[in-house]
Write a protein that binds this ligand. Structure first.
Ligand code: FE2
Length: 401
């Protein structure tokens, strides 16, 4: 899969300010990852139900490996690796960092134990805390920033992967122990009109962004309208009830093949029980909340729904230009834009150059953020991207016309 990464565009002066806050941010972000895993039983840490879902134990180790490999080994004198085997099991996809366990085998890692992995985290955290007190060079600050952003991306993946693991357990155990069964309010969607013209999209200015958000550039947009609200479960259910999954006319050829092959009839986690649609949520199996935004739909489904409703998905440029006029952040929103480099896109020569660029094929862009996204980890220029058949993320639909 596919998460985004890196290339801080921060200036030297900002780095000096950033350095003073790194210790605090490092501790907070590392703790948050462990906090997400708190409700898990030990058995939940190891399961890998499908290739796209990584076991929580692997996320815990991999995010730690990132700091050990990218910062401690090259920059902290006399640092000793915790375990020489860990580079092999916790490297995700960095060809430049050597051999690694294949993705499908992450669920076979019954060893190291969960306890060992937590010890690994502690060992690396202590070394990092010591390292952060040293007078390290500015170049490290950008990798540090990347490591923190990387860990936050894995926090989102942890939530989505934990949901998949528990949601595919036949007993549907809830992740959250608190009952949050309150239903969503009705919100009427309005059309937001944007005039034709030349606009600018892409990241510019201070702060962090990933390399795929660069460079800021001009785009021409025709007049369009974009919905103020996301598509709800109620609206999606109408599409289902009117035979949306049975009519090839709404689907791409690939999407239709996917429907046939999987006998798809509803979003992921939906179950028809005793004449009522239920869905698995982080609070366990619930009757579908009709006013909540639909989620866990793939690109094929988002496209088919838009076609059925006589509308379309927005392009990523349309989404970005209009983003100040609507609320976003509950669902990653599918766009009809293929994930491609922006004009002037460049990749770093080191391992961090493997973060985004090599995934720019056969994926579609999602904009926004989701309920699983880490705090302070979204912005209007952020480009997420997934393959067209994947449903396990907290995805959603905003229509355009
Ligand atoms: Fe990663």
């Amino acid at each position: 899969m596919s998460y985004n990464l890196h290339h801080p565009t921060t200036t030297t002066a900002e780095f000096h300010t950033a350095k003073t806050t790194f210790s605090t941010r490092f501790r907070k972000i590392r703790q948050q990852t462990e906090c997400i895993c708190k409700p898990l039983e030990i058995e939940d840490y190891v399961v890998q139900p499908v290739v796209d879902v990584s076991p929580p134990k692997w996320h815990l180790g991999h995010t730690t490996w990132f700091f050990e490999t990218m910062i401690l080994l090259p920059y902290f004198a006399d640092y000793k690796v915790f375990d020489a085997n860990y580079n092999y099991i916790f490297n995700s996809y960095y060809e430049s960092i050597g051999a690694r366990v294949i993705r499908t085998d992450r669920g076979n890692l019954s060893r190291p134990s969960v306890e060992n992995v937590y010890q690994y985290r502690k060992y690396v955290d202590q070394a990092m805390e010591a390292f952060l007190q040293t007078n390290y060079p500015d170049e490290v600050a950008s990798i540090l920033e990347l490591g923190l952003q990387h860990e936050q991306q894995h926090q989102e993946l942890l939530v989505t992967d934990i949901k998949y693991i528990l949601g595919n357990n036949p007993l549907f155990p809830p992740y959250l122990k608190v009952d949050q069964t309150a239903k969503s309010e009705v919100k009427t969607s309005k059309w937001i009109s944007i005039d034709e013209g030349v606009y600018e999209i892409g990241f510019e200015g201070e702060g962090f962004c990933f390399d795929n958000e660069l460079n800021k550039h001009k785009v021409y947009l025709n007049t369009y309208q974009i919905a103020s609200e996301l598509v709800t479960n109620r609206e999606y259910l109408e599409f289902m009830n009117e035979g949306g999954y049975e009519n090839f006319r709404h689907w791409h050829s690939e999407g239709w093949d996917w429907v046939q092959k999987n006998n798809s009839k509803a979003p992921m986690y939906w179950y028809f029980i005793e004449n009522q649609w239920h869905n698995y949520t982080l609070n366990g199996l619930q009757v579908v909340d009709l006013n909540a935004p639909v989620t866990h739909i793939n690109f094929y489904e988002a496209f088919a729904f838009a076609s059925w409703s006589g509308k379309r998905l927005p392009t990523e440029a349309e989404w970005e230009v209009a983003n100040g006029y609507f609320e976003w952040g509950k669902r990653w929103e599918w766009t009809q834009s293929a994930y491609l480099p922006y004009p002037g896109f460049t990749k770093a020569d080191d391992a961090t150059g493997e973060y985004n660029g090599k995934f720019m094929v056969n994926q579609m862009v999602l904009r926004g953020a989701s309920v699983a996204t880490a705090e302070n980890h979204s912005r209007p220029t952020y480009r997420n991207f997934f393959q067209t058949n994947l449903q396990w993320q907290f995805t959603g639909i905003r229509l355009a016309q």
